[in-house]
Design a protein around this ligand. Structure first.
Ligand SMILES: [Zn+2]
Length: 99
């Protein structure tokens, strides 16, 4: 192997250790996100910013938020995914019956 091929191999491609570190980092980030979704399943509603209401320009309540039905909260995406699979798991365990 000449010096130029060695140089391109070290600068262009990531080594297996780097890929492993990257995969570990991604896994850790996913784990942290999953944990945070379990701990804090709700986030502020994007439409009303957690207020649950929409206001008129004069500051009075115009109406309740349609997205969160006035609660000001929305389920986070990670929690939605968890709920989907949890419901499916429960459905298969009880033989497809809905409780
Ligand atoms: Zn809302």
């Amino acid at each position: 192997m000449s010096a130029t091929t060695l140089a391109t191999a070290t600068t262009t491609g990531l080594g297996p250790a780097a890929w492993l570190a990257l995969a570990g980092l991604l896994l850790a980030a996913a784990g942290a996100y999953a944990l945070s979704c379990w701990w804090f399943p709700y986030a502020h509603c994007r439409c009303c910013h957690g207020d649950g209401k929409h206001y008129r320009p004069d500051g009075k309540v115009h109406r309740l938020c349609r997205w969160c039905k006035g609660t000001g909260r929305r389920l986070r995406i990670g929690r939605r995914v968890y709920n989907f699979y949890a419901l499916r798991y429960r459905a298969t365990r009880t033989g497809g019956r809905k409780e």
